[in-house]
Design a protein around this ligand. Structure first.
Ligand SMILES: [Zn+2]
Length: 275
């Protein structure tokens, strides 16, 4: 798309996919979203693609998005704006907007992957820059306690309500059907929730117990991350009143449900009954 350039950082991995996407937005003075890792070659490339830089914007504090911000800021003489600013950075809040090079980006709160996560939306073109809130491929990691699945589902709804056309993610390819991807993400989490509730039907389980039931033949190296994701779901279900924590295990909690539905007959075995 015109006025949007991706400079991909050389930090590929299981969670960063092909590497971090640094987005350069606008023509003339530019806005840089997520400078990426502290890699001098990458920061050089961003500087060449983006100069002159009006402002450097961060979606969240994770190192693969932020670590190069100080070097880029020093070289370009541009300010850094972050929702959780460090010394020398400026704060950025949902509702703020940044204008440069013919583009106006609005800040939209999108906590869930991390508490401080925001996304940037250009209403004129329908472009949504999502950091790690939505990836070009696969799903976002929700790792408690900084990651919060309830917040995340609210953020997905908030992003849908923007009516975005195209998603420019922090990792992976551009997503041409923004609404389709957001719907897919919401449905994916609902599906996982049903799986987890079904996995608790035979008694209390730890997140680790549930991983093989839910993720089956996932590569072993990702099992730890999978267990964190299951934990994120269990914490949400606990807040919903659908499960109860029992030491390091979780069990179905029907007491609140039964109180709420005292006069109606519901199937105890139907995990769908309480979604
Ligand atoms: Zn990332």
């Amino acid at each position: 798309m015109e006025g949007i350039v991706c400079v991909r950082a050389p930090n590929p991995g299981p969670f960063t996919l092909e590497g971090t996407n640094t987005w350069v937005v606008g023509t003339g003075p530019t806005l840089v979203i997520d400078p990426g890792p502290d890699d001098p070659g990458h920061i050089d490339a961003v500087g060449r693609a983006a100069s002159p830089i009006e402002a450097i914007l961060l979606t969240h504090h994770h190192a693969d998005h932020r670590a190069g911000a100080a070097l880029l800021a020093a070289r370009a003489g541009a300010p850094v704006h972050a929702a959780a600013p460090r010394q020398g950075e400026n704060s950025l809040l949902p509702g703020h907007a940044f204008t440069a090079g013919g583009v106006r980006l609005e800040v939209v709160g999108a906590p869930g992957h991390s508490k401080d996560h925001v996304v940037f939306f250009d209403p004129a073109s329908g472009s949504l820059f999502t950091g790690d809130a939505v990836l070009g491929r696969g799903t976002s990691v929700i790792d408690p306690p900084d990651g919060d699945l309830r917040d995340y589902l609210d953020s997905l709804d908030r992003m849908r309500a923007l009516g975005a056309r195209t998603i420019f993610p922090g990792h992976g390819p551009v997503v041409p059907d923004a609404d389709g991807k957001l719907r897919e993400y919401i449905e994916h989490r609902r599906f996982r929730e049903r799986q987890i509730l079904a996995g608790l039907e035979r008694g209390p389980r730890t997140p680790d117990d549930l991983v093989p039931l839910i993720y089956g033949d996932y590569p072993g190296g990702l099992h730890q991350a999978a267990a964190r994701s299951v934990l994120a779901h269990l914490i949400k279900l606990e807040a919903d009143g659908a499960v109860r924590r029992d030491g390091d295990r979780f069990r179905r909690d029907r007491s609140r449900h039964e109180r709420g539905k005292a006069s109606t007959q519901t199937s105890e075995d139907d995990p769908e009954a309480r979604t």
